[in-house]
Ligand binder design. Structure first.
Ligand code: ADP
Ligand code: MG
Length: 458
């Protein structure tokens, strides 16, 4: 086992020097994305102009068409970074994700109508009031203004026909008017931009937001003069605009910079989008369990583990959830009882103590690499924006960040490996709710901006 472990350590460990090389390449990709459209890392302008003041106030609706749930919220922004929220969640069925887009949006309209009826009834919303609404839609959209977005392609298991290539805000508005929902869509955002804005509303030191969930992404605030691809819009070069990086795409297709193992290559080649989302495939919750599973399957083929046992369950692709890595790493017992439980209960496999220790060590390697690569992405933004000296706070969200033991510590350790002592100036923290609070604040900011006649066409 020890020999095997050394082999994997070599494969999955990244030296500080290697990490610094990745950071440099990452920075170049970010800059390229800002300069021209259609680049690997798309660096999408969000039309969210600058930071919230913290004094945004009023009542807003927020709707998040997420990967798992449809979430609708009534958000009261009280100013001073304070808010109140009332919300409801509606589970999306697998069928709904594949049904015609019109039906999917019709469902959104119905749920929102039920929600607004209920808050009118409870007295939280006065009858006949029309509320401004922020719509969180975290699928890649090309946006020409903040209340418009053409779906480029579905991700995260959605496939609803007649939606790609169409303006999702228009589809959403149609369903709202069909159901007489007292709401006016003012802004379309994604979860990452919402997280950036919500985290800054509460903690103004926040300069970057990251999501580490099923996928991974980051957003930050950029100077308009440093976004050459929108120069034609005639926005004041000194203004600022939030950028949705869609950084999961870093190093896609060329695969020049990231340390991919043969397991990562297998995942990529057997995925429904080979070549794409290269960074995300090494980092996000959707893939970490699968990386470990592929290693274990190779060891089975080599006759190193589970000789004579029936291994069919663990041979099923994506059967090893990333949550299992969390559980294995946090097992407090000497016997590793949690690891026994995972293998016996979910895969009908018996393990020896040495094997369990080995699997746990493997989980550490995979989890640690993901966190250190995440640090590279954060470092690229920090370095590009010159935040190292003054320091900054990074709002982070998603199950991987929130539940994987030590994920944040490993990011911080990675930042110190990259930047030395000064890396301590960059600190991640659990972010505020981006798709509820964040989207409401974006709606509030947009309303204020348009009332002031500032870039009213955007
Ligand atoms: P979403 O990306 O849909 O917003 P989440 O942020 O909850 O949702 O992320 C879901 C991903 O997190 C899944 O890939 C899942 O495997 C992973 N995950 C769920 N629970 C844990 C956990 N305890 N530890 C690590 N990863 C987890
Ligand atoms: Mg999420």
């Amino acid at each position: 086992m020890a020999d095997h472990l050394r082999r994997f350590e070599t494969m999955f460990t990244m030296t500080p020097q290697r990490m610094r090389m990745i950071v440099e390449a990452f920075k170049d990709s970010l800059e390229l994305g800002l300069s021209k459209s259609g680049q690997v890392v798309p660096m999408i302008p969000t039309y969210v102009f600058g930071w919230p003041s913290g004094e945004e106030t009023g009542e807003f609706l927020a709707v998040d068409l997420g990967g798992t749930n449809l979430r609708v919220c009534l958000v009261k922004l009280n100013g001073g970074g304070k808010f109140e929220i009332t919300q409801a969640k509606y589970r999306l069925t697998e069928e709904q994700k594949q049904e015609d887009g019109e039906k999917l949006f019709d469902f959104c309209g119905k749920c929102l109508k039920a929600f607004t009826d209920s808050i009118v009834e409870s007295g939280e919303l006065s009858k006949d009031r029309i509320l401004p609404l922020g719509f969180t839609f975290s699928y890649p959209c090309s946006q020409e203004k903040i209340d418009h977005g053409t779906l480029i392609r579905w991700t995260k298991g959605f496939g609803a026909p007649n939606t790609e290539g169409r303006d999702v805000v228009e589809m959403f508005r149609n369903s709202l008017s069909q159901h007489d929902v007292p709401a006016e869509v003012v802004a379309l955002t994604c979860d990452t931009t919402g997280t950036l804005i919500a985290s800054h509303y509460v903690n103004p030191d926040t300069k970057i937001a990251c999501i580490f969930g099923t996928g991974c992404n980051a957003a930050y605030m950029e100077r308009v003069r440093d976004i050459p691809k929108i120069a034609h819009l005639g926005i004041d070069p000194e203004a600022e605009m939030a950028i949705n990086c869609e950084w999961g795409a870093f190093d896609s297709f060329e695969h020049e910079h990231l340390p991919r193992t043969k397991y990562d290559i297998t995942i990529d080649e057997t995925s429904n989008k080979p070549g794409e989302q290269a960074f995300e495939k090494l980092i996000s919750g959707r893939y970490l369990g699968e990386i470990l599973r592929l290693i274990i399957c190779e060891l089975i083929d080599e006759g190193v583990v589970f000789l004579g046992q029936n291994t069919y369950k663990i041979e099923i692709p994506y059967s090893f959830d990333t949550a299992f890595l969390s559980l294995m790493e946090s097992d407090p017992t000497d016997e590793l009882l949690m690891v026994i439980g995972i293998f016996s209960h979910f895969f009908a496999l018996e393990t020896t103590l040495a094997e369990r220790q080995f699997f746990r060590a493997l989980a550490r390697l995979v989890g640690r690499r993901a966190a250190r690569l995440s640090a590279c992405g954060i470092a690229a933004i920090v370095s590009k924006m010159g935040y190292l000296e003054e320091g900054c706070s990074v709002g982070a969200d998603g199950s991987l960040y929130n539940k994987y033991p030590g994920f944040a510590d490993r990011i911080h350790e990675g930042l110190q490996d990259i930047f030395g002592e000064k890396g301590r100036n960059i600190v991640t923290h659990h972010a505020e709710d981006g798709s509820g609070i964040g989207s409401a604040i974006v709606a509030a900011m947009t309303k204020l901006r348009k009332d002031q006649g500032l870039y009213s066409n955007l």
